[in-house]
Ligand binder design. Structure first.
Ligand code: ZN
Ligand code: ZN
Length: 163
């Protein structure tokens, strides 16, 4: 992982702000996340988190995760912003996905920028790696940082909560 500086940081912050605009649209009641995927200097995919197909009948935001059996693979409630943006890019710009950069952002309930925190979502890290996204860019407490997608997947699987 590396922190971006100078022009790289400025360019990345434009896309992080776009990802925050997506996050504002999120309807998940647990978290508001947004993603923008950029390939060849074009925005090729957008996403925010909400129930699958935006079906209220599929909303699970208030279900206690510990109530699911351990065999239930994915205990998160909504479609993730990264999943949505990757599916969007594959649908509308499939030839630009390989080597593209994914920008991820969170906002609080008032739509204000919020640090993304340490990577832990292995659903999204595997998916991004599998489709050939090259970098995951996000804003943490110390600035805007870029992870190689393979590194991001390893870090996600090794996540431990801070004590
Ligand atoms: Zn949710
Ligand atoms: Zn995810």
């Amino acid at each position: 992982m590396r922190y971006l500086h100078g022009v790289d940081e400025e360019n990345a912050s434009v896309h992080i702000r776009e990802a925050e605009k997506q996050a504002v649209l999120a309807t998940c009641t647990r978290a508001k996340c947004g993603t923008v995927i950029v390939g060849n200097n074009h925005v090729i995919g957008l996403g925010f988190n909400s129930p699958p197909a935006s079906m209220e009948s599929q909303r699970r935001c208030t279900v206690d995760k510990s109530s699911y059996d351990k065999k239930v693979t994915d205990k998160t409630c909504c479609m993730h912003a990264e999943q949505r943006a990757i599916l969007d890019a594959l649908t509308s710009n499939s030839n630009r996905v390989k080597g593209a950069t994914l920008y991820f952002a969170r906002v609080d309930e008032n739509g204000k920028s919020k640090a993304a925190g340490k990577p832990y979502c292995t659903l999204c890290s595997k998916l991004a790696l599998d489709v050939g996204i090259s970098e995951f860019v996000l804003q943490d407490e110390n600035g805007i940082c870029a992870y190689g997608t393979e590194e991001y997947n390893d870090i996600s699987f090794n996540y431990k909560p801070e004590i």
